[in-house]
Design a protein around this ligand. Structure first.
Ligand SMILES: Cc1ncc(COP(=O)(O)O)c(C=O)c1O
Ligand SMILES: N[C@@H](CCSC[C@H](N)C(=O)O)C(=O)O
Length: 382
């Protein structure tokens, strides 16, 4: 089975081996009866393992090309478990525009255990080379990034990291394995906020992690069980169900976003549009090489920053809300909402200005979305 469109439906464990149920049952149990003293069956306690969660974990590993998958109670719980592989004295290189919550986890929580980090513009290989220290253990980034849709060359960064005996950790939330598979390009660990496109319906908070290294899988599995922020069986089932339509949804998101990005780029009211599928985008060539389509996220700035509030509040089909990747279109202002946890001066250094607007383009009829945007553009211009 090689096609992702088939894998999302039949990959991993897609049926119940006991009953033949074509949807893996929700094993709503905390514990399992043991055969005899000291002789548990396959599962012993649901933090350590649960069949519904295991089906999802097997699926994400298969979709990304990993050896083992891990499901967490949120994307940040997964990131926390992976970064817990590092100890006092270790140094990490972090892309300069990572998601605000990832930055906060490192800057406010993990630094307390003696881990250090540097924010680096990873699109400049010389900056990456210069950032390595003898104690550097990993390079961490998103591509496309949240919220500026910066595209980074996974193959090149992984090559440089390997030469410095460092791991490459890639947050693949925006692309999903349907559009981009970082492990095939040399990354060591892939992380997801499954809350977004993998779940796809804005109804679950979840995280998924996978790796193609048995050694790293052993470490992450130990940390998942030891820290304990696992995904429950109901939510595991919801994410697996969401993944079944991932291919259809990502195709629709990408098509709609491409049209909307072009519309915004042509508008005189809009100053900059960030979408990897626009030939004007800085990372267009890399995106073409490493992605199968460009996804449903875009961001932009208005010529007149003072119009941001009336613009986002006048839309009908773009709900003003944090999060992304659901079937419905969402709009937000990163500086005030999703990335408010990054200090203004750090945020602005990486290009996240106060007037930046981010859109998660849904799968509604694109003409309705376009009419809605045109109406808002007309209103603020009037
Ligand atoms: C790119 C990215 N990674 C990780 C996270 C964290 O995920 P979660 O909200 O599921 O904890 C988010 C959003 O929250 C995100 O946008
Ligand atoms: N208020 C939250 C921020 C949630 S951001 C959610 C998502 N990653 C996005 O980018 O929309 C917090 O402080 O954690």
């Amino acid at each position: 089975m090689t096609n992702l469109k088939t894998k999302v439906i039949h990959g991993g464990i897609s049926t119940d081996s006991t009953t033949g149920a074509v949807s893996v049952p929700i094993y709503q149990t905390s514990t399992y009866k043991q055969n005899a003293l000291g002789q548990p069956k396959e599962y012993e306690y649901s933090r350590s393992g649960n069949p519904t969660r295991h089906a999802l974990e097997t699926l994400i590993a298969e979709l990304e090309g990993g050896v083992k998958g891990f499901a967490f109670s949120s994307g940040l719980a997964g990131i926390h478990a992976v970064l817990s592989m590092f100890s006092a004295g270790d140094h990490l290189i972090l892309a300069d525009d990572v998601y605000g919550g990832t930055f906060r986890l490192l800057d406010k929580v993990l630094v307390r255990s003696g881990i250090t980090y540097d924010l680096v513009d990873l699109s400049v290989p010389a900056s990456l080379e210069a950032a390595f220290k003898p104690e550097t253990k990993a390079v961490y980034f998103e591509t496309p990034s949240n919220p500026l849709l910066k595209v980074l060359d996974i193959k090149e960064i992984a090559r440089i990291a390997k030469a410095h005996h460092s791991l490459t950790l890639v947050d693949n939330t925006f692309a999903t394995p349907y559009l981009q598979r970082p492990l095939e390009l040399g990354a060591d660990v892939v992380l997801h906020s499954a809350t977004k496109y993998l779940g796809g319906h804005s109804d679950v908070v979840a995280g998924l992690v996978t790796t193609n290294s048995e050694n790293l899988a052993e470490k992450i599995g130990f940390l998942q069980n030891s820290i304990g922020a696992v995904l429950g069986p109901q939510d595991s089932w919801l994410i697996q169900r969401g993944i079944k339509t991932l291919a259809l949804r990502m195709d629709a998101h990408s098509k709609n976003a491409e049209k909307i990005a072009k519309l915004l780029e042509e508008s005189e009211t809009v100053a900059n549009v960030y979408y990897p599928g626009l030939s004007s985008h800085k990372g267009y060539e890399i995106a073409q090489a490493q992605m199968d389509a460009f996804g449903g996220m875009l961001s932009f700035e208005l010529v007149d920053e003072s119009k941001v509030k009336p613009f986002v509040e006048s839309l009908h089909y773009f709900t003003l809300a944090e999060s992304l990747g659901g079937v419905e279109s969402l709009i937000e202002v990163p500086a005030i909402m999703t990335h408010a946890s990054i200090p203004k001066e750090v945020r602005e250094l990486s290009g996240i200005r106060d007037g930046l607007i981010r859109v998660s383009v849904g799968i509604e009829d694109v003409n309705d979305l376009i009419d809605d945007l045109k109406h808002a553009i007309h209103l603020i211009g009037a």
